[in-house]
Design a protein around this ligand. Sequence first.
Ligand SMILES: CC(=O)SCCNC(=O)CCNC(=O)[C@H](O)C(C)(C)COP(=O)(O)OP(=O)(O)OC[C@H]1O[C@@H](n2cnc3c(N)ncnc32)[C@H](O)[C@@H]1OP(=O)(O)O
Length: 417
Amino acid sequence: MSDIELVNPVPVEEARPWLAAVSTALLGDPYDDDFSRRLARWTSDWIAERTWGARSSGRWVGTLATEPRRITVPGPDGGTGELAVDALTGVTVGVTHRRRGLLTRMITESLTAAKERGDAASILIAAEWPIYGRFGYAPAADDATYTYYSRHSGAAITPSGTGSVRQVDPAELGEHAHRIFAAARARRVGQVDRSELWWRRSLGLGGFERIGKTPNYYLREGSAGPDGVLAWRTTQDFELDGSLGAAEVVELVAANDDAYRDLWALLSGLDVIGKIRLPDRPVDEQVRWLLPDGRALKRTYSGDQTWLRLLDVPAALSARRYSVPGQLVIDVVGDSMGFADGRVLLEADGAAASCTRTEASADLRLSHRALAASYLGGRTLRQLAIGGGVEELRAGALVRADAMFGTGLAPWNATGF
Ligand SMILES: CC(=O)SCCNC(=O)CCNC(=O)[C@H](O)C(C)(C)COP(=O)(O)OP(=O)(O)OC[C@H]1O[C@@H](n2cnc3c(N)ncnc32)[C@H](O)[C@@H]1OP(=O)(O)O
């Protein structure tokens, strides 16, 4: 192991072999056609200072990168606000070098850099549950996969009558998708941002090539202009013996309720298709309340998706708003890196919130991971208490905290990173 060199920054000239290491460890193929497309995506916004690697005998055996992203947090009047976060991605250690502390070394450096930069939190999507808890991350937003049985007798959805949906080419969608997503994103807590570059890469525009089978793209237009995006592709053909085909939804983005209804109405009218799979969706998919028979939609999976690590508790807690006014003194404990620990006073009314260091006696003692798990409002402290790290020091504090932190809709992130 003595020949191992930890490298940061990693210059963009090293992107190809660095990404080949990522690809191998995450079950990709660094020699297939898609690899060069992925490489073009990575290099288009490569930040050398935020890229780490471990090299052994000239070969990359460890990789880690972070991106500057924004996530929506609870805002005033049931809306959302924004928090700038450090977003971790591309984490791998080659099978020949695992369990010798290489991830620990890289992530310790990257979290320290994020803290020094002033980021209030770091986020990631965990490949496996047991990896990131020890580094202070906790699952903060879940997602779900559904199957919509569109030919089920109670599956039909009538359009809103306030707009229209038409099929478009990727280039036309590219003119509107960024703005529509930005409006849709503001309707949910937990949504990570997508830049215009993100859309160009996804749609294969501006010199980028699409990865995978090209979906059918649709644009919804209401009285105020384009406000919905739908992308779906077939996953199974139909047969003349009566067997229906199957499809998968790649994007269903709605900036308002009518747009949401109309995109689902289009799905409900697809001929020769019997089942439509919808991965990466919210756990509380609202279409159930539009269906004559809510069981035409089956949730086939739900689980943790976006994990969050607090780096600056006063900054993170004062960046969001709270469902009911209240005051809480929280003793935050258990951070082995010392970034999140400390006693804070949280004061919130409907419009504003402040969180400052205090010496006052605490109402609650929370592990920093319990606070991270409940930060987006997706789960109650009472839910988490069974696993430890939640201690009520003043009667009623737990109920008050859950009422303050909770959100009307479950947090959900639709964007991989
Ligand atoms: C945000 C993302 O990019 S998610 C993608 C994560 N990457 C992958 O899943 C790709 C395949 N796996 C890997 O590349 C590696 O196994 C990694 C990156 C997950 C771990 O790298 P390593 O260098 O082996 O981790 P490291 O040696 O620092 O492990 C630290 C501790 O975490 C534990 N650990 C690490 N990975 C795992 C895991 N997948 N499951 C359970 N425990 C794990 C280790 O056992 C060790 O525990 P210990 O301190 O009690 O001994």
